[in-house]
Design a protein around this ligand. Structure first.
Ligand code: ZN
Length: 407
């Protein structure tokens, strides 16, 4: 489907880009090559609730990676899915007595307008699961042929047992997390408690699609792998994509299972890197639907909060550190954005060449946005006290391109 409108990325000339370093969840600090093709898949929303600040923080982190890779000369192919058929969506539609497709469609529009307001570059492909049933079925048949699929009543499961030596946590802990995040470890008849469902046979009143595995709908993990492999595997490379990203709550089981499912189906590794963004909390608790403490981007925008202030506030913390949202954080961000705007409006500002070099270096250093923003605040102060050069336009373009802050 169409993603949101293109976001202008100002061209920046004469800047040296250090190669991008990221902290991979399995490998630790990794260094990515500049200039090559870069295939990135970011797990998208389940469209039943608008974009909360936890979502926004995650998509901003991968937006910074996308921007940096493009600016430093890579040809980026960025794919994001929309899980527009899933238990929470069906439950919410039923609760609110509305059609699940209407609910999904409204929430996708809202998400797109939130991303657009926050100046997140749109993905090259923005793919709904409900538009991908044929390729998901094709992927499942690969698993089937490879002997990793088994039937239980009218459902089909992936047999993960052979791959569990890849797991980086004790089995008891894995089973506990698996159950918390949509898994069904206690279901009788499964070959292993951690086996994830791949095809859900039709349940009364639920939407479904005809397939060689009966009438039903796909399980979560296989949706992402099928979409990623279809849109990003252009060269038969191993691994199939460069980076899979999402929130840290997706690391297990979702990304672990995705990697094993692809290995089983294709005999190749799925992603070279797995990068996860941390969680945003409110008043000491993780922001989550179950706690009912979500702060929505759209609500802040309705209250006339400047989207660039929201972006600044989220970037003022490091993307891989769990952090807290507060009214005070927003107020501080508002003051800081005002200070930067006031500096950028001057005809003369402080020396900027080193600033620009340092900003690129900060982002290349595992997206160190707190350092970058602190540097900008210092520069704004110097611009008030010691303005010497006419370079505000250059600074403005640089922070727009690198940080997505159009100030
Ligand atoms: Zn996913």
């Amino acid at each position: 489907m169409n993603s949101w409108p293109k976001v202008y990325l100002p061209p920046l000339e004469g800047i040296e880009y250090p190669s991008l370093k990221l902290v991979d969840s399995n490998k630790g600090l990794v260094e990515l090559d500049n200039g090559s093709n870069f295939a990135i898949y970011v797990c998208g929303i389940t469209p039943y609730d608008a974009t909360h600040l936890g979502h926004a923080a995650t998509y901003l982190a991968f937006d910074l990676i996308n921007r940096y890779k493009i600016l430093s000369g890579s040809t980026v192919n960025f794919v994001e899915n929309i899980t527009d058929i899933d238990d929470p969506l069906l439950e919410r539609a039923k609760r609110d007595n509305q059609g699940w497709q209407d609910l999904a469609s409204k929430q996708i529009d809202l998400f797109s307008s939130d991303m657009s307001a926050l100046r997140v570059l749109p993905p090259d492909s923005f793919i709904k699961v409900t538009d991908s049933l044929a390729l998901i079925e094709d992927f499942i048949s690969r698993l089937d042929k490879a002997g990793y699929l088994y039937k239980l009543d009218s459902d089909y499961y992936f047999s993960v047992g052979k791959f569990l030596d890849q797991m980086r946590m004790p089995i008891e802990q894995a089973i506990e997390i698996f159950a918390e995040r949509g898994g069904d470890p206690k279901r009788a008849g499964k070959q292993h408690q951690l086996d994830p469902v791949i095809w859900i046979g039709n349940r009364d009143g639920e939407p479904g699609w005809a397939s060689s595995y009966g009438f039903g709908r796909p399980g979560w993990h296989v949706e992402c792998t099928a979409i990623a492999c279809n849109y990003l595997d252009k060269s038969g490379s191993n691994p199939i994509i460069d980076l899979q990203g999402g929130g840290s709550d997706l690391a297990f089981p979702h990304h672990f299972m995705s990697a094993q499912i692809v290995k089983a189906a294709y005999g190749r590794d799925f992603a070279k890197y797995f990068v996860h963004a941390a969680m945003i909390g409110l008043a000491g608790e993780k922001m989550s639907k179950s706690k009912g403490n979500l702060v929505f981007v759209s609500k802040l925008l309705t209250q006339q909060v400047d989207p660039m202030v929201i972006r600044w506030a989220l970037l003022s913390g490091h993307y891989q550190q769990d952090r807290q949202w507060s009214d005070n954080l927003l107020a501080v961000a508002n003051d800081q954005v005002t200070a930067i705007r006031s500096a950028l409006a001057r005809s003369e500002v402080a020396q900027s060449e080193q600033l620009i070099k340092d900003l690129a270096s900060d982002i290349s250093n595992n997206l160190d946005t707190p350092a970058a923003l602190a540097r900008l605040i210092k520069w704004a102060k110097q611009s008030e006290s010691n303005p010497t050069v006419n370079q505000s336009g250059l600074v403005s373009r640089t922070i727009d391109a690198l940080l997505g802050l159009a100030l």
